[in-house]
Design a protein around this ligand. Structure first.
Ligand code: ATP
Ligand code: MG
Length: 500
């Protein structure tokens, strides 16, 4: 898009913001034009979410100006921004779990339907259903939000924002929890919005997506706007370099470990009603990638063997010895660790500090024999902060105020502390920036060199292909393929993932 002739719909100039003396935005400028998809990129903690939270009235800026449609504005809250035509799809899910999809959909805009309660509820359901259908999703609007997967919840938020008739839509990591098919429907919605002249701010760590759908990219680094590029005039390497301020080298580190004998053997595993008779094994030092579409049952299978799903049964052998499927505590005691995909729900205690979260699972283990010292905790915390490059003001910062990607790093770090034999990672790099992704991959490699077996569920095929020794594909609760490195391609994984 050539922009000189038209005026921007949003102009943010020289924005500053501090949180308790930590200077987070240091003079950021950002322009957005009607009909463009503008990517905001930068490492975890660079300030992307903070910037758009200032635009939408969630945070107050300390300095600078925001001009919307030619007028200086300062929205008091997101509702006010929404009324003015700016809506936002948040990085962290923002719904009310015990309300239905339809109720969440109309949250804060119930007044748009003025009828008797009964008709109102019927209309809400119909309208929600229609909006979801437009995105190609079929979900019962009466279903409770808490019974939906993370991806489904995300789709509801997207549908809500795009039916708003907004002039500016901000999407903060919209695809992190979506499947390929859902991503495709989102992209066609974006194309459509663009044609209607809607301006879109698109925040994502997925380079492929950015290069496919965006017109311009603005890169933030350490709270400063570094550069804005037209998509045709830049490339992957240049953007990465602008983001991290150094060359990054290969995207996936070389796998150097040769898997040894069988570490974990799973037989006749049944989980819930639709997962029956699962069998597979993982070797010492092996990375087993687990691919499949959302809802295929990948997470359930792993929760099942970990003892986190009621009623799951099956036979487990760890290093040749049978171990029970009972509850997570028992599994952890035997050396199985599980990094969950839902960091807000299960992965983190948001009001506790980085140190407390990092030492939570191993604290339990070690303190029971009574020698876990604060010093040890601190040492481990500092190690993890350094190793994973967690961007925090210190060990005692509450996890809630970390950026999304940095929260994810804490989730990964806390399980490394129990020195597991088997480490199950469910979407370990969701929302993590390119540099930090690489650090997580390096750690995975290091662990496997020490003999740890890793099971990695991931929806990012490049990551599955780049890191796995073998790939297990799940479709509708069944294993449809187990591929080795040589056999695996994007195509045959997709074929197996859709049922062959
Ligand atoms: N409410 C808050 N209180 C204190 N610090 C905060 C708060 N919100 C954000 N920060 C800090 O501001 C910095 C920028 O965070 P922000 O969420 O904007 O990053 P981001 O670019 O969106 O990162 P990510 O890619 O991980 O989502 C981080 O260091 C974060 O810890
Ligand atoms: Mg963010």
């Amino acid at each position: 898009m050539t922009s000189s002739s038209i005026t921007p719909i949003v102009e943010m100039n020289n924005i500053h913001k501090s949180f308790f003396h930590v200077h987070v935005l240091k003079g950021v400028s950002f322009n957005l034009y009607p009909g463009e998809v503008h990517a905001l990129m930068g490492e975890n903690g660079a300030g992307k979410s903070t910037l758009i939270k200032i635009l939408t009235g969630i945070y107050r800026k300390d300095e600078g100006s925001v001009i919307y449609k030619g007028k200086e504005v300062e929205f008091k809250n997101p509702k006010e921004a929404e009324r003015a035509g700016i809506s936002i799809i948040h990085q962290e899910l923002n719904n009310i779990p015990y309300l239905s999809i339809a109720e969440n959909f109309f949250l804060g805009k119930e007044e748009t339907i003025k009828r008797t309660p009964l008709i109102k509820s019927k209309q809400m359901i119909e309208k929600t259903e229609e909006a979801l259908k437009n995105l190609g999703i079929h979900l019962d609007p009466k279903r409770l939000m808490m019974d939906c997967s993370v991806g489904e919840q995300q789709m509801v938020e997207i549908a809500r924002a795009v039916t708003q008739k907004s002039e500016v839509i901000i999407m903060d990591e919209p695809t992190a929890a979506l499947t390929d098919r859902e991503i495709e429907s989102l992209f066609s919605v974006i194309e459509d919005l663009k044609r209607r002249g809607v301006a879109i701010v698109y925040i994502s760590h997925r380079m492929e997506e950015i290069f496919r759908i965006c017109d311009r990219i603005t890169v933030l680094r350490d709270g400063q706007s570094i550069d804005t590029k037209n998509i045709q005039e830049t490339n992957f390497e240049e953007i990465v370099k602008l983001m991290v301020g150094r060359e990054l080298g290969e995207r996936f580190p070389k796998r150097t470990t040769t898997p040894g004998e069988i570490r974990l053997k799973v037989q006749n595993l049944d989980v819930g009603d639709h997962i029956k008779g699962i069998q597979f094994d993982v070797r010492k030092g092996e990375i087993l990638g687990v691919a499949g579409l959302m809802g295929a049952g990948r997470t359930e299978i792993m929760e099942g063997l970990f003892g986190a799903k009621k009623g799951a049964k099956g036979v487990l052998y760890l290093d040749g010895k049978q171990i029970p499927i009972k509850n997570p505590e028992t599994s952890i005691k035997h050396g199985i660790a599980f990094v969950t995909e839902d960091r807000k729900g299960e992965g983190l205690v948001l009001d506790l500090s980085v140190r407390e979260n990092l030492t939570l699972p191993n604290f339990k283990k070690v303190s029971s024999i009574g020698f876990m010292k604060k010093k040890k905790e601190e040492k481990f915390t500092d190690e993890m902060i350094e190793k994973l490059r967690i961007k925090t003001s210190g060990r005692e910062q509450v996890v809630k105020s970390l950026s999304g990607g940095n929260q994810q790093k804490v989730v990964v770090g806390k399980w490394l502390g129990i020195e597991p034999k088997v480490l199950i990672l469910d979407e370990p790099t969701r929302g993590v920036d390119v540099g930090a992704k690489k650090e997580i991959y390096d750690i995975m490699n290091e662990l496997t060199e020490q003999g740890v077996s890793i099971i990695m569920i991931s929806s990012e095929l490049p990551e599955i292909l780049g890191m796995s020794d073998r790939i297990m594909v799940i479709h509708e609760g069944k294993i449809t393929a187990i591929l080795n490195r040589k056999e695996a391609t994007q195509e045959n994984i997709m074929v197996a993932a859709t049922g062959g």
